[in-house]
Design a protein around this ligand. Structure first.
Ligand SMILES: NC(=O)c1ccc[n+]([C@@H]2O[C@H](COP(=O)([O-])OP(=O)(O)OC[C@H]3O[C@@H](n4cnc5c(N)ncnc54)[C@H](OP(=O)(O)O)[C@@H]3O)[C@@H](O)[C@H]2O)c1
Length: 455
């Protein structure tokens, strides 16, 4: 039994009481007895919001409520600051002001952290205050803790995943409802799965910000979100989804940070993921993260990447960690190994590609022969009829990105190919192995391939 007279009180300043902040207020109340049993009490004492008169799902009537975030950050009575407000200006000022005077910061604000990392690090360095940001990377998947501690001394070569729930919901909806991107986006918005401005999600920016935080912890290197090669999902069509399925793949927005001898590459883009891979099965608002390293090969994590309670719970776990181990969670983290590695040139990457072509009456075999004539080795192909048009989809063998891009205009000029050619990268670059495995398992009949020069 904990001696009740020795219970330590921790006063929390809370910036933001929306989805995540409101969830935190509920969870702090729910776990009160657990905290006391461990010798402390958490009290939210000062809350910063934009509109103090707004009706909320939680009762703030006994708390100090302000519309000035700096008043919370500078409140001499708080012991920790929780920033779940969002934004890139006042949120950073407030977080850094608290850190500078030794107040630990727990933040779910991936945008502010990833874009102003240097300021946070400097502010924390002065005072030694800890920073917790588990909720900012993949909400309820405790990946920061794993990278920082459980795998602290492992050499890592890759961290990748599906880390944006909104785009994953949209792509899953397109596949299930058979609709185009715009209709799936409208459905996601009506169910509250997108921000008021969905561009941060659908253009891949949110995923790039999260990838920056993951790469920091995985490789000890800071790559600003604007330096991440970023493509969103707005150009994905129903024809792409159907052709990918016919080729035994699903389309996901994949974020990947890879370390090679040439340097680091950080990329966010739609990718065809083979249906035998775990990432292909990650649906709707779920997130998954895969880590690779020579010492342990592969580790996989699956969980909820957003939402009131999953995110608030990750925030609360960070708070409890910092109560129990003050100063823990400091930036930039344990690893420094790759801090000076250069960014690899994306155009030199060697990948497999999916190409989709409209076929205005062209013969498939002729088109495949023409692709071979352009130096494109096709590993598998499928055709579909969609919206009164015929489409050919092919998966290429490994080819240097620079060469693939240079060949695209030639492909669109192949006789009978109609309009621009769609290009989507494959998640795996060893697709030839997968094809050979499938052929030996299914005698070559599982893929809906037409005859032709492909495998
Ligand atoms: N929602 C998720 O699932 C999730 C998951 C991971 C990370 N995050 C991150 O967590 C943060 C919060 O997300 P959320 O979904 O909880 O957002 P939200 O529902 O929009 O809540 C934002 C809160 O911050 C307050 N606020 C915003 N700007 C302010 C300002 N200038 N001054 C004072 N208060 C201000 C708002 O006040 P009012 O209520 O008065 O408007 C609101 O209470 C964001 O950085 C987000 O990226 C969210």
């Amino acid at each position: 039994m904990t001696d009740q007279s020795s219970i330590r009180t921790i006063n929390l300043g809370l910036l933001g009481c929306g989805v995540v902040g409101g969830g935190l207020v509920k969870l702090v109340d729910k776990h009160r007895d657990d905290f006391r049993a461990n010798g402390f009490e958490l009290r939210i004492t000062h809350v910063g919001v934009r509109d103090a008169s707004k009706k909320r799902g939680v009762d703030l009537s006994s708390l100090k409520v302000t519309t000035d975030p700096m008043a919370v950050a500078n409140d001499p009575d708080i012991d920790m600051l929780v920033e779940v407000m969002g934004g890139n200006t006042i949120a950073v000022d407030a977080g850094c002001a608290a850190l500078s005077r030794g107040i630990p910061l727990i933040s779910a604000n991936k945008s502010a952290l990833s874009r102003s990392l240097g300021r946070y690090i400097e502010s924390a360095k002065q005072s030694g205050a800890g920073i917790g940001f588990e909720s900012a990377a993949a909400a309820h998947i405790p990946i920061i803790e794993v990278l920082d501690r459980s795998l602290a001394c492992e050499e890592l070569t890759l961290i990748k995943g599906v880390i944006n729930g909104s785009t994953n919901y949209i792509l899953t909806f397109m596949e299930r409802a058979g609709c185009e991107y715009e209709d799936a986006l409208a459905d996601a918005a009506s169910k509250g799965f997108t921000e008021a401005d969905p561009s941060l999600d659908v253009e891949g920016i949110d995923a790039a910000e999260k990838l920056t935080l993951l790469a920091l912890k995985a490789f000890g290197a800071y790559v600003a979100p604007d330096s991440v090669h970023t493509e969103g999902i707005t150009r994905i069509s129903q024809a792409d989804i159907r052709l990918a399925l016919a080729l035994n793949h699903r389309i996901k927005l994949v974020a990947a940070a890879r370390r090679t001898d040439d340097g680091l590459s950080l990329r966010v883009h739609p990718a065809l993921v083979h249906r035998g891979e775990l990432l292909a099965d990650v649906d709707s608002e779920f997130n998954a993260i895969i880590i690779e390293g020579p010492g342990f090969k592969e580790l996989t994590f699956l969980g909820k990447g957003a939402g009131e309670l999953p995110t608030a719970s990750a925030v609360l776990n960070d708070i409890v960690k910092l109560v129990r181990q003050p100063g823990s969670g400091s930036l930039p983290g344990f690893r420094r190994a790759a801090a000076d590695l250069p960014m690899a040139d994306t155009s030199e990457l060697k990948l497999c590609y999916f190409l989709r072509m409209g076929m205005a009456g062209a013969d498939v075999n002729d088109a495949l022969s023409a692709l071979a004539g352009e130096g494109i080795d096709v590993l598998s192909h499928a055709t579909i009829e969609h919206g009164g048009e015929n489409f050919l989809g092919v998966i290429t063998d490994v080819i240097e990105e620079r060469r693939m891009m240079a060949t695209l205009p030639e492909i669109s000029r192949i006789k009978g190919v109609n309009g621009a050619v769609q290009l989507i990268r494959l998640d795996k670059d060893n697709y030839r192995d997968i094809v050979e495995r499938e052929q030996s398992t299914y005698f070559g009949s599982s893929l809906k391939r037409e005859s032709g020069p492909g495998v």
